[in-house]
Each structure stands twice: as structure tokens, then as C-alpha cells.
Design a protein around this ligand. Structure first.
Ligand SMILES: [Zn+2]
Ligand SMILES: [Zn+2]
Length: 184
């Protein structure tokens, strides 16, 4: 038979069988171990790839980030306005971006600018949104028709990664424009 190169020690040898890939028993074992290790490595690589793909399709984190950008934009947009619910405009409270319709059960309104306004921490956190007063402020700001439209909405929306990416880009752009305008 024609000479071959041993897969393990790389020496030339004359095989005794057609399928022989290593020169000796020792090399055969060594080569088998090498193949085994290679297989494990490939499996790990595959597992990492799958995890990465899973993470890139999972929008949980992205939704939170878009909400953060959305809230930052709302606070900037409403910089010169008081709390939508109680009218507070001092400096002693933190400013939040408060949803009129809550996000749970209304995920379609999660990033809707009509539904989110600057609110003081007392109304937002301690008075659970202070919704009765929120409604009055909101009617003044966007009109009864728009408020009723928000109230009629009960739709759950599954935001896709592409939609979230697009929203993120929009909010970032709007934030930049407002920051330039207010020099902050
Ligand atoms: Zn060998
Ligand atoms: Zn308030």
C-alpha cells in the first residue's frame, strides 16, 4: 500500500489497512483523544452561538432600554411644564415620566407620547400615578378626544426587535435635538 502521513505524529508510514490513519496503537489513541476534544470544543462553540442567538432575539432588555430612552425624552420634552397631575413645578421632587394608561395590558401604549408625561415623584410613586388629577391635566394638554382614545385602547402589542430598534433610534435623535435646544 502507498505510504501515508500519520495523523498524530506526522511521520510517514505504510498502512496495513485501507482506513488506517495513524502509524501505531499509541498514535491511534492520541488521535482519538484529539478528535474527541475537537468535538467537545465544537459543541461548546455551538452552544455559545445558540445562546448568543437566543439573547439577540430576546427583547426584554431592549424594551427596558427603549423605555428608558422614551422616559428621558418625555422629561426633556416637558422640561418647562409642571407635574401633569398636581401642577408642582418646584425643585424639591424628582421628575419621572408617568404613564396615564399603565403598561400592563396596554403594551401598545407603552411608548405612545400622548400617554406619557412629566410627573413628580410624589404623584408617580406615592399616589400610584394620581390618575384622577392626571386625567384633568391630560385633557388640558392633549384634549378630551385624545384622552378618550387612549382610554378606549386595550391592545397588547408584541414589539419586534426591528420596531424597538427603530423606536430607540427615534428617541435618541429627539433627545439629541432637545438637549441641543435646552443646552443640557
Ligand atoms: Zn504516528
Ligand atoms: Zn405631582
Amino acid at each position: 500500500m502507498r505510504k501515508k502521513t500519520c495523523k498524530a505524529c506526522k511521520e510517514k508510514f505504510i498502512p496495513e489497512r485501507e482506513m488506517q490513519t495513524t502509524c501505531s496503537y499509541t498514535c491511534a489513541i492520541e488521535y482519538a483523544r484529539y478528535l474527541q476534544a475537537k468535538k467537545i470544543k465544537a459543541n461548546k462553540k455551538q452552544a455559545r452561538r445558540e445562546l448568543k442567538e437566543y439573547k439577540s432575539n430576546d427583547t426584554t432588555e431592549l424594551k427596558k432600554k427603549v423605555q428608558q430612552a422614551c422616559n428621558e425624552y418625555i422629561r426633556l420634552r416637558d422640561t418647562k411644564e409642571p407635574c401633569i397631575s398636581c401642577g408642582y413645578s418646584g425643585t424639591g421632587r424628582q421628575w419621572h415620566a408617568g404613564h396615564y394608561r399603565p403598561q400592563g395590558g396596554n403594551s401598545a401604549l407603552r411608548y405612545d407620547e400622548r400617554n406619557i408625561h412629566k410627573q413628580c415623584s410624589i404623584c408617580n410613586t406615592h399616589k400610584s400615578g394620581n390618575l384622577a388629577e392626571y386625567r384633568k391635566g391630560l385633557i388640558q394638554k392633549i384634549g378630551l378626544e385624545a384622552v378618550e382614545e387612549l382610554e378606549a385602547s386595550h391592545s397588547i402589542k408584541k414589539w419586534s426587535k426591528d420596531e424597538l430598534d427603530a423606536l430607540m433610534a427615534q428617541f435618541k435623535y429627539k433627545i439629541k435635538i432637545l438637549k441641543d435646544r435646552y443646552k443640557c
